[in-house]
Design a protein around this ligand. Structure first.
Ligand code: IPM
Ligand code: MG
Length: 356
């Protein structure tokens, strides 16, 4: 019996999580395991209920679970709150509280969607790499931070991009370990031509690489990497990078696959891992039953594999998603002429039906 802490969150997070839970229940008997889910509040939902984006009691529950599953947080309703009261702080608090420092974002092209990419099909067809984003440090968490009044009446806003040697070394090790199971190529992305923090990043990554002589290491500046992702994304196998750069590059990478609605993620550390789609709460389409639940459903597959050692269940979920796409069903974001447009709930049903 395993416990999963489930945070549907806000906006479409609620809708896509409901579909993922259907899939979870469908694969459950095939794993021989039992999953007990507890729904918890984070983000705007928690602000509405408790006045804060994440309560210490809720975090404690998540820390005691065997896995954490999250939809998405945020929305215009809470946008004017001060930065430490915003929904996003709940998500960051969970990541930090679980020490889920390694965020794995697989960028995989489903063949049926190659023509949906804004990038030419020959450039993205067969695309398969992962972004490994450092998730609990960097400019997202560095101090000092804030907005201060200056004597002349103007203001100054500031954040600190900081990484320690151990923080860099542990994410770098993960990158090499992932690469070993793949095509054995790591690209470390930084801005070492300008930032001190990146110079340390690069130095430590090179040191860690010495322990992995079978893996090829290269370095790219983040601006160059952003360009290479459009020019020739198939050159990448494992991209390892800092929190902010990984945030930006993963949205760009998601779009290569046709829609950000397709990308799952796993955030692993030394304790409980957390699973969430790469996309956000998409308030503009929330409540309309048009969101794409596939990224969230694929996050269940990642959870089966990484937290519960059930690769067969993971493959069954992925195969069901592929089958649904092959059968021509599409949500609005991946719709193309000649395919059948379906809503979020229907898409969830179609995948669930196809799990064998
Ligand atoms: C992501 C999101 C989050 C982030 C937001 C919602 C705080 O964009 O998971 O990529 O910036 O990490
Ligand atoms: Mg992001």
């Amino acid at each position: 019996m395993y416990k999963i802490a489930v945070f549907p969150g806000d906006g479409i997070g609620v809708e896509v999580t409901a579909q993922a839970m259907k899939v979870l229940r469908k694969v459950e008997p095939k794993t021989g395991l039992r999953f007990e889910t507890e729904e918890l509040l984070a983000g705007g939902a928690s602000i509405d209920q408790f006045g804060v984006p994440l309560t210490p009691e809720t975090l404690a529950k998540a820390q005691k679970a065997d896995a954490v599953f999250l939809g998405a947080v945020g929305g215009p309703k809470w946008d004017s709150l001060p930065s430490d009261k915003r929904p996003e702080k709940g998500l960051l608090g969970l990541r930090k509280g679980l020490n889920a420092y390694a965020n794995v974002r697989p960028v995989k092209m489903f063949p049926q969607l190659a023509s949906r990419s804004p990038i030419r099909e020959e450039i993205v067809k067969g695309l398969d790499f992962i972004i490994l984003r450092e998730l609990v440090s960097g400019v997202y968490f560095g101090s000092p931070r804030g907005i201060e009044k200056l004597p002349d009446g103007t203001e100054r806003g500031f954040n600190t991009m900081s990484y320690t040697t151990p923080e860099i070394a542990r994410i770098a090790r993960r990158a090499f370990e992932f690469a070993r199971k793949r095509r054995k190529k790591v690209t470390s992305v930084d801005k070492a031509n300008v930032l001190d923090v990146s110079q340390l990043w690069r130095k430590v990554v090179i040191e860690v690489a010495n322990g992995f002589p079978d893996v090829e290491l290269s370095h790219r500046y983040v601006d160059d990497c952003a360009m290479q992702l459009i020019r020739d994304p198939k050159q990448f196998d494992v991209i390892v990078t800092s929190n902010l750069f990984g945030d930006i590059l993963s949205d760009e990478s998601a779009m290569l696959t046709g829609s950000i609605g397709m990308l799952p993620s796993a955030s692993v550390g030394d304790k409980v891992a957390m699973y969430e789609p790469v996309h956000g709460s998409a308030p503009d389409i929330a409540g309309k039953d048009i969101a794409n639940p596939l990224a969230t459903i694929l996050s269940v597959a990642m959870m089966m594999e990484h937290s519960f050692d059930q690769p067969k269940a993971a493959r069954a979920i992925e195969a069901a998603v592929e089958k649904v796409l092959a059968d021509g069903y599409r949500t609005a974001d991946i719709y193309a002429e000649g395919t059948t447009r379906v809503g979020c709930v229907k898409m969830g049903d179609l995948v669930t039906e196809r799990i064998s």
